[in-house]
Design a protein around this ligand. Structure first.
Ligand code: FE2
Length: 173
């Protein structure tokens, strides 16, 4: 069989989800080429932050459902529930927090980041909703798991986790 000259991967999403669960990893990048980034991810028990992408995002639930917390234009927190087999469009700049179980799986497609673009991760106080902290990173390679990196920085910084309004300290889990 001749090797195709153009890379056009066809992926079995259920098989990727199965492999991801068995590997213990959180993210499997399918491709990150030209304008397109696609990956399959498992839920994280500790996910509490809001992510702000410099790109539109589509999330399709392969297995299980997701509660997508997000901040509306007036700043209020809302929850969009995405059942298995359904997908949601999240426009550029909407602060969103994908909360789903470690045995639930999502396909995410975004635009590959351009040079200098930053992804922002924001935490709010779980008691009084006061803004706590922001981590900002350029994501050159999604295989590095930028979400885990942002959490590590936040967990390692007790001052950042302490609410200056009510004194509550965000836990490190
Ligand atoms: Fe607080």
């Amino acid at each position: 069989m001749t090797k195709p000259l153009i890379a056009m991967p066809i992926v079995d999403l259920d098989a990727i989800a199965q492999q991801l669960g068995e590997s213990g990893k959180r993210v499997h990048v399918l491709w990150q080429e030209s304008e397109s980034l696609a990956f399959v991810a498992r839920g994280r028990e500790y996910r509490s932050e809001f992510h702000i992408n410099p790109s539109d995002e589509v999330m399709y639930m392969i297995r299980g459902s997701m509660n997508l917390h997000y901040r509306d234009t007036d700043g209020t927190e809302k929850i969009a529930v995405i059942p298995e087999g359904e997908c949601i469009f999240t426009p550029t700049g909407v602060a969103h927090s994908p909360r789903f179980a470690p045995d639930a799986y999502v396909l995410v497609t975004e635009r590959l980041r351009r040079p200098g673009e930053k992804d922002r991760f924001q935490w709010f106080c779980m008691e009084c909703d006061n803004f706590l902290h922001e981590e900002s990173v350029h994501v050159a390679d999604y295989r590095t798991d930028p979400v885990a990196g942002a959490y590590q920085s936040f967990f390692d910084n007790e001052e950042a986790r302490t609410c200056d309004k009510c004194g509550t300290v965000a836990p490190t889990y």
